[in-house]
Design a protein around this ligand. Structure first.
Ligand code: HEM
Length: 399
């Protein structure tokens, strides 16, 4: 049996290289030379980095790999991530049947048909924030004026969270997703957000509405802290991810004028273009973590029980075996098999919503602003490298 040996280990995380959209070269090299490779993590522990498309899907689709961070050997990617995963975990850090029981309470809200019915409302939200951004003379920061507020307002409406509290939950979410924050900072941010959502849940008991939090409260079989934990997951996952995809997707298209021109000539390409951007950018950059509950063979390696794995969605999405010409952004590609939303039982619950938001936001942005361009040289753009979700700090644009 192969165990994680201290020799030949790669230090995790590795730095990105020249192209800001590509995964770290060390991971790409691992995919070519040793697709299941040992890595040493920040706390000195070791895990296996899984890089190929086929292997990532195999791990994420296999119930012998657990998402429950309370199992010994679970790999943590920072002190803050450990705090979040071990104390009061939400269902993303549970295994079936408990995970399935809680997730099932929400699946109806995110099925394609239900989400598609939100199209007119999302279109009007997108138009509203674009009106606001273009009401002033350029430049503007696309992140603050457009990419962040659109999914924030949408998830607030779905959950029944007052949008006027957006500064509070956006700042707290960033702390939770930042790999540089300490366990104490994460604990404080998580507890403040939890308290806020518990108070909201209490209010919904007295003044029910039609939205998700109120419905969870009204079921009667969930404690207030369970409702808060599920709401916290939806609130955080529901805005940070799509916001960063919108900003990075815009930047990627502005940097590839030929691809943008194709999209402008044929707007019916938008659905496929969003899939391709999800694949190409793979914004969940820090890897998806699991621990083996029994020995499992992946490729040439047997992962022992109690050993951790880090599934690299970004390299899997650039695996030539799955996506020929993977380095190239190609808005006409059939990229549906990408793993940007994960795979298996934990595959992203909100993906129909994320897809619709991205399709409407990017289509409307480029249609309404035909002269959209960067307002600063690309070298001045600051990327967010030390977070779970990759993105840009700001995206100054003109039109
Ligand atoms: C571009 C946008 C998004 C990306 C790239 C993304 C990515 C992901 C990934 C990779 C996972 C799997 C994590 C794992 O296996 O451990 C996940 C899970 C999840 N996502 Fe998303 N997500 C996005 C948008 C959203 C939105 C808009 C929502 C909410 C409305 C959402 C809610 C969730 C939830 C609740 C889970 C946990 C599912 C489970 O454990 O069963 N996500 N997401």
């Amino acid at each position: 049996m192969t165990t994680v040996e201290p020799t030949d280990t790669l230090t995790f995380p590795a730095a990105r290289g020249g192209c800001p959209f590509a995964p770290p070269p060390a991971y790409q090299q691992a995919m070519e030379q040793r697709p299941v490779t040992p890595v040493s993590l920040w706390d000195g522990s070791r895990a296996w980095l899984v890089t190929r498309h086929e292997d990532v899907r195999a791990v994420l689709g296999d119930s012998r790999f657990s998402s429950d961070a309370r199992h010994s050997g679970f790999p943590f990617l920072s002190a803050g991530r450990r705090e979040l995963a071990v104390q009061k975990p939400s269902f993303i850090r549970m295994d079936d049947p408990e995970h399935a029981r809680l997730r099932r309470m929400l699946t109806g809200d995110f099925i394609i048909k239900r989400v598609e019915a939100l199209r007119p409302e999302i279109q009007s939200i997108v138009d509203g924030f674009l009106d606001g951004m273009t009401a002033h003379r350029p430049p503007a920061d696309l992140v603050q004026e457009f990419a962040l507020p659109v999914p924030s307002l949408v998830i607030c409406l779905l959950l029944g969270v007052p949008y006027q509290d957006h500064d509070f939950f956006q700042q707290h979410s960033r702390i939770l997703l930042d790999n540089r924050t300490s366990a104490e900072q994460v604990r404080q941010a998580r507890d403040e957000l939890t308290r806020y959502l518990e108070e909201l849940a209490e209010r919904k008991e007295r003044e029910p509405d039609q939205q998700i939090i109120s419905r969870l409260v009204g079921r009667g079989d969930l404690s207030r802290s369970e409702v808060a934990s599920m709401s916290l997951l939806l609130l955080v996952a529901g805005h940070e991810t799509t916001a960063n995809m919108t900003a990075l997707g815009t930047l990627a298209l502005l940097r590839e004028p030929a691809q943008l021109a194709r999209l402008r000539e044929d707007p019916t390409l938008i659905k496929g273009a969003v899939e391709e951007l999800l694949r190409y950018l793979s914004i969940v950059q820090s890897g998806v973590t699991r621990v083996a509950l029994e020995p499992v063979r992946i490729g040439a390696v047997t992962v022992a029980a109690g050993e951790g794995v880090v599934c690299m969605l970004s390299t899997a999405n650039r695996d030539e075996a799955a996506f020929p010409g993977a380095e190239q952004l190609d808005v006409g590609r059939e990229a549906r098999r990408h793993v940007a939303f994960g795979f298996g039982v934990h595959q992203c619950l909100g993906q129909p919503l994320a897809r619709l938001e991205l399709q409407i936001a990017l289509d409307t942005l480029f249609r309404r602003l035909p002269t959209l361009r960067l307002a600063v040289p690309v070298e001045e753009i600051r990327f967010r490298d030390d977070t779970v979700v990759y993105g840009v700090e700001a995206l100054p644009v003109a039109w």
